[in-house]
Write a protein of this length. Structure first.
Length: 295
């Protein structure tokens, strides 16, 4: 997120950036006296790409004012200094006296397969590709060392972050508020995370579309092209070598996930189309103009 209205804001020239240089700019911004005049909550939103995080940051700016929201945008890059840069950012926040006033979130984009399952990259429902970090620091609010196994999905980031800051959640938001998990409390959680494989959108190539659900024990997926299904118990079989679809002992589980997926797709008006269908109906010149819920 960048802002041109905040005295402490910084700008990025295109997506090719030097992370060390940008980190230094942010550290300098944190040290500026404008931050010392904060009276209540300061916000540092760490973003590694993704419109959901960007919109969350924009809503925070609108509610809290630009002088109280600072962002870091890290596009995909090959850099071994991420941990050092994040440590410097946290140290700068602490030195500015904003430790208890700053909600710091570290997350990332997708993972890569790196040869697992015989695959190289992303766009697949296996653990290596879909699991990402989501680390929160907010002294006095988030318990130190607390760990949650809640199935936080990308659409849940916005409502969860807004709720943590006591900000209103827009009615159109598709995700759920899991702020109680961040605060170390119990409460309702999603039964499964919904995942969508829209096909090879970079080349608009059909034949790779899938939908999937991941619960705390199982991953269920189905492909559009041939209707094939996969069901994995990632607790008993973490490397997903055994497809349980044909296992009679898991027939009830399979049918349960079929029903869950059908219901979730209906809620989102997800009609499960080919990749080129989305190109022809939702985009113009690679700009997304329509969605399943916003025609």
């Amino acid at each position: 997120m960048t802002s041109t209205t905040s005295p402490a804001a910084f700008s990025l020239a295109e997506l090719e950036i030097d992370l060390a240089v940008e980190t230094e700019l942010i550290v300098d911004s944190i040290r500026q006296s404008v931050l010392k005049r904060l009276r209540r909550k300061g916000v540092v939103v760490g973003i590694s790409g993704g419109i959901d995080s960007s919109v969350t940051a924009a809503l925070c700016v609108k509610a809290l004012g630009p002088q109280r929201v600072f962002g870091l945008f890290m596009p995909e890059h090959d850099c071994s200094d991420d941990a050092l840069s994040l440590g410097r950012l946290l140290a700068a926040v602490d030195q500015a006296g904003l430790r208890e006033k700053t909600l710091f979130i570290f997350t990332s984009d997708h993972g890569e397969m790196f040869g697992a399952q015989g695959r190289r990259a992303k766009n697949i429902f296996y653990e290596e590709a879909v699991r990402v970090p989501f680390v929160v620091r907010w002294p006095g609010h988030v318990p130190v060392g607390a760990v949650s196994d809640a199935l936080l999905n990308t659409p849940d980031i916005m409502p969860t972050t807004l709720a943590m800051l006591d900000l209103p959640i827009p009615e159109a938001v598709e995700g759920v508020d899991l702020s109680h998990c961040a605060f170390g409390k119990t409460g309702p959680e999603p039964e499964a995370a919904f995942m969508q494989g829209m096909g090879c959108t970079a080349a608009w190539e059909d034949g790779h579309e899938w939908r999937a659900l991941r619960s705390k024990q199982y991953t269920y997926a189905t492909y559009l092209a041939d209707g094939s299904e996969l069901l994995f118990d990632h607790q008993a079989n973490p490397y997903k070598r055994q497809n349980l679809v044909q296992d009679p002992g898991h027939a009830d589980t399979l049918n349960q996930f079929r029903r869950m997926l059908k219901a979730r797709m209906a809620d989102l008006n997800d009609t499960f189309e080919t990749c080129t269908w989305y190109r022809d109906h939702w985009t113009e010149n690679r700009e997304i103009l329509r969605t399943a819920t916003m025609g």
